[in-house]
Design a protein. Structure first.
Ligand code: G3P
Ligand code: MG
Length: 249
């Protein structure tokens, strides 16, 4: 894949924005990634009760805001009252759970590539993906660099039906036994796995089938260098400022 391919990800992908130094999955975290020099950013998207696509990792809002309960039981108006920054550090108090459209506009404005992770609450795959596709159609430029990924193969399949031209990635923890078949079945360009499962042989085999290998979450420079030496195409990191000096994107 050439570096100008719309789904080509630079080697360093800032994870949930730059979530090592800003509250994850907020606009300030995405802006921080760009400020630190990241050329690519990853964040997670889900949906509110009333069908708005949001940037949010967990099924519940408890861990990363001052609210409680499942995100899919809250309307956008309720979500908008939550503080999504104070839990991380007092200076971020007042940050909000972003609308996906606002996050997309920010990524585009800052000229970064985007790995958008579909993170449906289990059981809400279809409405989640419909809302995300609608946000992408409204707020992501046609020439934007994007790769959409998910752990949910149902979400990937629904998304592919709605936006067949957008490249996909399958997120796993371990390496599936029949990874090539699974990648093909779900129209995926890349496999995204936990770093402990990577070997040089795996990276070679993945490349030999025309796929790419993206690895999460890598915050140690020595480990990152070892993974790149094995042939990994890109890593997700909470600390892009540590990893960017290691590579030329
Ligand atoms: O996409 C890589 C990584 O973000 C997957 O795990 O749980 O951080 O969304 P998680
Ligand atoms: Mg993610």
């Amino acid at each position: 894949m050439t570096e100008t391919h719309p789904a080509h990800m630079p080697k360093i992908i800032a994870h949930r924005g730059a979530c090592g130094s800003a509250p994850e999955n907020t606009l300030v975290s995405i802006a921080r990634a760009a400020d630190l020099g990241a050329q690519a950013v990853e964040f997670d998207a889900t949906v509110s009760l009333d069908g708005h696509a949001l940037v949010q990792h967990d099924f519940n809002v408890d861990r990363c805001s001052d609210g409680h309960g499942p995100v899919v039981l809250k309307t956008l108006d309720e979500i908008a009252t939550l503080d999504a920054g104070g839990w991380f550090a007092p200076e971020f108090k007042g940050e909000r759970i972003p609308l996906l459209t606002d996050a997309l506009a920010l990524v585009s404005e800052r000229g970064m590539a985007l790995n958008l992770e579909l993170k449906p609450t289990l059981g809400w795959e279809e409405p989640t993906v419909r809302a995300i596709a609608q946000a992408l159609k409204a707020a992501w430029p046609k020439d934007g660099r994007i790769l959409v990924s998910s752990m949910s193969t149902l979400a990937l399949d629904v998304f592919h039906d709605l936006m067949p031209d957008v490249a996909l990635g399958l997120i796993t923890y371990a390496i599936p036994e029949h990874w090539n078949e699974r990648l093909k079945r779900h129209h995926c360009l890349s496999l995204h796995c936990y770093h402990a499962f990577v070997t040089e042989a795996l990276a070679k085999a993945i490349h030999a089938t025309g796929h790419r290998l993206h690895v999460y979450t890598v915050n140690d420079e020595t480990q990152a260098q070892a993974l790149f030496a094995m042939g990994v195409d890109a890593i997700f990191t909470d600390h892009p400022e540590r990893m960017l000096p290691l590579v030329q994107n």
